[in-house]
Design a protein around this ligand. Structure first.
Ligand code: ATP
Ligand code: MG
Length: 550
């Protein structure tokens, strides 16, 4: 501590490089400060550092982090509290959104609480502002540490609620799987957001209420009971007029694979963890994906069992998205007609007459959907406004009317009886699940110039070596920290497990990341990683334009 104070007074007013001397460990009364990386200039990304306190000094009861769900809630809470209590503009904590995620900001291993954060070391031009830096380290940081990392000072009820909420949500997600549900939407949930660019809940929204026939309730570990709409495994079709809230419901279900903070409105929208949003994505890169169950006999004899293209069409991109999700183990596909390739979804009776099957390479999804469910246990929740033919293949049908869902399965069955679509089912061969592809290690190269370059540019773009991966159609990425982790998990996975099929390779890498609290990634001192799912890590790798599989 004295050393730090002394250095700061010595370098005050000098050139920015003087800050280099701060690197190292500094002992404070209640904690140790480790400065691991000092920014080379005032405009570089902020300096990385870490606070360490023996866990038994902090006073946090063990039950707050005694299982993986609670630990996730605990880590997430401390990160948020630090951000909320921080008043110093130079201190840069990790940012958190609406989702409760496992984050690299907090470590709990070895009996020590470590908290990683960043500080933009103060400067005027390129001169060190030693007095400002002194305020960061000796006035504001110790107060902040005292407020956030000592149980006696934190809002204990709020912390407990956050941890229990996280545990309840994970429990419910697990319960859904055990009992054969794929999604749950709690009564009273607020699904719409304030605007297309604001993820806070809409004020005065119509609250969700389950149709009576789909109502189900669960008892949760905290003692809380939740009641709402349960969606069973199988094929669920959600229809309804334009602007009646269909996409809003599906979007909430998409993000129900994550837990949400209190007050979000979607705390009790819980979806099975293997749900993947499927859409068309023209222009994407595809590397040797077997899309033959949906598309065969392409013009010019192009092989669709190992289909590659730098520029996919609507139908081929959506087919690849489906097959890649299945390859990674998804058992629940979420589809919104708004963003699909129509010809992959349906060939209606008239089209079947005009273009014979022998001239049409596509086997539409409607002819595969029952097979996927009955033979492979893959469920689908699909929104449709226009494709009434799907009533024929549905296990249940929900209609959204002025933001209120109604179950209309019986009515839909009648309609199917009274107005037959007259379509023929056209399935050339039984559906085959994709085989696990293995990647060529050297095709995933993060080097640019002489350095490794992996960097998230917002939620939608991942820079990987000389390539830029477009994630704008990967709708279940919720946090830029996930994108950072995706890049570095890919790098780690390929280095360590590239001999394994894609799914196993990524599973292992993610397991290690959780177990090692992100310390296996490129920047063990980063506060900015948050945990992605395997589906998003895989999606990024599958879109890397240099990727080659064996
Ligand atoms: N429960 C709700 N209460 C109030 N407004 C809502 C609710 N749900 C959705 N909205 C708003 O209604 C609008 C339309 O919703 P959404 O996009 O979900 O409709 P849609 O049924 O998918 O329409 P389309 O068929 O045109 O795609 C959006 O602006 C959304 O924010
Ligand atoms: Mg819509």
């Amino acid at each position: 501590m004295y050393k730090l104070r002394k250095i700061l007074s010595e370098i005050d007013g000098k050139g920015y490089g003087g800050y280099k001397r701060l690197k190292g460990t500094h002992t404070f009364k209640n904690f140790t400060l480790e400065i691991t990386h000092v920014q080379p200039d005032p405009y570089a990304p902020p300096s990385r550092m870490m606070i360490k306190i023996p866990l038994n000094h902090t006073g946090f009861p063990r039950e707050l982090y005694s299982n993986p769900s609670r630990k996730k809630g605990f880590v997430d809470y401390l990160t948020r509290l630090f951000g909320k209590e921080n008043k110093n503009p130079y201190i840069r904590p990790a940012r958190c959104g609406q989702e409760i995620l496992l984050r690299s900001s907090v470590g709990l291993s070895g009996g020590v609480l470590s908290f990683r954060f960043r500080v933009e070391l103060p400067a005027a031009g390129r001169r060190i502002l030693g007095k400002e830096a002194e305020r960061v380290f000796f006035r504001d940081l110790p107060v902040l540490v005292e407020k956030v990392f000592f149980y006696r000072n934190v809002p204990q009820d709020e912390l407990k609620r956050h941890v229990e909420l996280c545990e309840d949500q994970d429990f419910l997600r697990e319960k859904l799987r055990e009992e054969g549900w794929v999604a749950f939407v709690g009564n009273g949930a607020v699904l719409p957001r304030r605007s297309g660019i604001d993820v806070k809940p809409m004020e005065n929204a119509v609250r969700f209420i389950s149709p009576p026939s789909m109502r189900v309730s669960f008892k949760l570990p905290s003692g809380r009971d939740v009641e709402g709409m349960g969606i069973r495994e199988g094929i669920t079709i959600i229809c309804g007029g334009g602007f009646h809230g269909k996409s809003t419901l599906l979007e909430a279900i998409e993000l129900g694979v994550y837990n949400h903070i209190e007050g979000d409105g979607r705390e009790w929208v819980i979806t099975r963890e293997d749900a993947v949003k499927i859409r068309a994505e023209d222009g994407r890169y595809i590397e040797k994906v077997d899309i033959s169950p949906f598309i065969s006999n392409l013009p010019l004899g192009k092989d669709t069992r190992r289909f590659s293209t730098p520029d996919a069409s609507g139908s081929t991109s959506q087919a690849a998205n489906i097959m890649e999700a299945l390859e990674l183990g998804s058992g629940l596909l979420l589809i919104d007609e708004d963003t699909t390739a129509t010809n992959l979804m349906i060939r209606d009776r008239r089209m079947q007459h005009v273009v014979g099957k022998e001239k049409e390479p596509i086997t539409p999804f409607i002819d595969r959907i029952r097979e996927l469910w009955e033979r492979f246990n893959v469920s689908v929740i699909m929104i449709t406004g226009g494709l009434g033919d799907y009533f024929e293949v549905a296990d249940r049908v929900i209609a959204m009317e002025e933001y209120v869902p109604h179950e209309i399965t019986e009515k839909a069955r009648e309609v199917v009886k009274n107005y037959p679509s007259g379509r023929k089912v056209e399935v050339p061969e039984p559906f085959k699940m994709p085989e696990g592809r293995k990647i060529k290690k050297e095709s995933v190269n993060p080097v640019k110039g002489k350095k490794i370059k992996i960097d998230a540019k917002g939620k939608e773009t991942l820079v990987f070596g000389r390539e830029v991966i477009d994630l704008s159609c990967i709708e279940q990425v919720v946090d830029v920290g996930q994108v950072k982790a995706i890049g570095d998990i890919i790098y780690y996975a390929v280095k360590k497990y590239s001999g394994l099929p894609l799914k196993e390779m990524l599973e292992r890498a993610i397991e290690d990341t959780v177990k090692e609290e992100f310390q296996n990634l490129r920047y063990p001192d980063s506060c900015n990683y948050s945990l992605p799912r395997i589906y998003e890590v895989g999606a990024a790798l599958n879109r890397l334009r240099t990727l080659k599989v064996i």
